[in-house]
Design a protein around this ligand. Structure first.
Ligand code: NAD
Length: 342
């Protein structure tokens, strides 16, 4: 079966998800919704992607700029089975009624409030529960990173509590209007930060508390995480469990010389399209174990980490793969997730 998919919003996440859909044999990218005629619209056309606009007025602007438009968002919704909403946070909720009017299944992003969808989603944690839902919300980049770690260690040993400090990038590299920031900004000044609460939209019973600060960088986020497991383990146990898990990349700083987000990005520029790192990066040398307590540093490439989960979420709502293992196998091989960075 081939599922017809449309992507609303063609920014950081939308363009990556659209490209990822083009690489799937069981999905057909019918088109994307784009508001403004710009370089990204021209690139979409070059990549063979049909462009739809939110309104007929936007279509006129596109046509004036010489960009061929296939129709409005309503035309797109009448010819797809699933829509991936990748509009700015909060805008997806405004579109929800329109999506429902056209009877399409919906995949939202982490910038939306959890109640926008029937369930919040992270492949390694709840793919099977998400199967057959009409709408899912792929949790944000930081939450996806935390959940990949927590669900991997939970499956292997049980996790009873998590404490994490999230060091957030201030903006994506293209966001010229949001920088430069010359400060460490408490995010927010009251504790805990929302990230732990977001993890609980997928794992409601987990004892988790997070702090967050925003720092002047655009490359990646870094997390300092302490997990309490349900049993004492050795460092070797933790390293094996994380090394064997899908979508987690262990980086050994002593062997590679990599001990920063800048060096990770530099490595990715040589080997990855757009220098994307959709894997959660765990700094292997940082892993310390004291009885049942595990401490580590990890890094999240905010622009790409949620892309594999979006592809899996489409499979879940469309019923295209019966298990997490099946969708992970297809998604990761088509997107090159897990390929060596060097
Ligand atoms: P973005 O600003 O890069 O892209 C949003 C796109 O939607 C832009 O092209 C914009 O022109 C377009 N748009 C705005 N209003 C629209 C409308 N009414 N109809 C159609 N298109 C419209 O944003 P992004 O970073 O891709 O974020 C999208 C979602 O993904 C948000 O919920 C965000 O929280 C989430 N997310 C972002 C990141 C990240 O780091 N960038 C990571 C994970 C999740």
């Amino acid at each position: 079966m081939v599922v017809r998919v449309g992507v609303n919003g063609f920014g950081t996440i939308g363009k990556r998800v659209a490209h990822a859909i083009q690489l799937q044999d069981d999905m057909d990218l019918v088109g994307v919704v784009k508001r403004r005629p710009d370089y990204a619209a021209l690139q979409a056309l070059r990549a063979g992607i049909s462009i739809y606009t939110p309104s007929p007025e936007d279509a006129e602007k596109m046509e004036k700029a010489g960009i061929r438009v296939a129709g409005t968002i309503e035309d797109l919704l009448s010819s797809v089975d699933v829509v991936v909403d990748a509009t700015p946070g909060g805008t997806g909720a405004e579109y929800k009624k329109l999506y429902e009017r056209y009877g399409v299944k919906q995949v939202f992003q982490g910038g939306e409030k959890p109640h926008v969808a029937e369930a919040s989603f992270s492949t390694l944690c709840n793919y099977e529960e998400a199967l057959g839902k009409k709408s899912l919300r792929v949790v944000s980049c930081n939450t996806t990173g935390l959940l990949r770690l927590i669900c991997t260690l939970n499956k292997a040993f049980g996790v009873s509590s998590v404490r994490a400090v999230i060091v957030r990038r201030a903006a994506d590299p293209k966001e010229v209007k949001r920088g430069p920031v010359n400060a460490i900004v408490l995010n927010p000044p009251t504790l805990p930060s929302h990230h732990g609460e977001d993890v609980k939209t997928v794992l409601p019973k987990l004892d988790i508390v997070t702090f967050a600060v925003v720092v002047p960088t655009t490359l990646m986020h870094v997390h300092a995480v302490t997990l309490k497991l349900s049993q004492p383990v050795t460092r070797g146990d933790v390293v094996s469990a994380l090394s064997e898990a899908p979508r987690i990349m262990m980086v050994n700083s002593a062997l590679t010389g990599i001990r920063s987000t800048a060096e990770l990005m530099e490595a990715a520029r040589e080997t990855r399209r757009r220098s994307d790192i959709p894997e959660l990066v765990v700094f292997e040398d940082s892993i310390a174990v004291r009885g049942s307590e595990v401490l580590l540093f990890q890094a999240v490439h905010q622009e790409s980490i949620v892309v594999p989960e979006n592809v899996d979420a489409i499979r879940a709502v469309a019923g295209l793969a019966a298990s997490a293992e099946e969708t992970i196998r297809i998604t990761d091989s088509t997107l090159g997730v897990g390929q060596p960075l060097w």
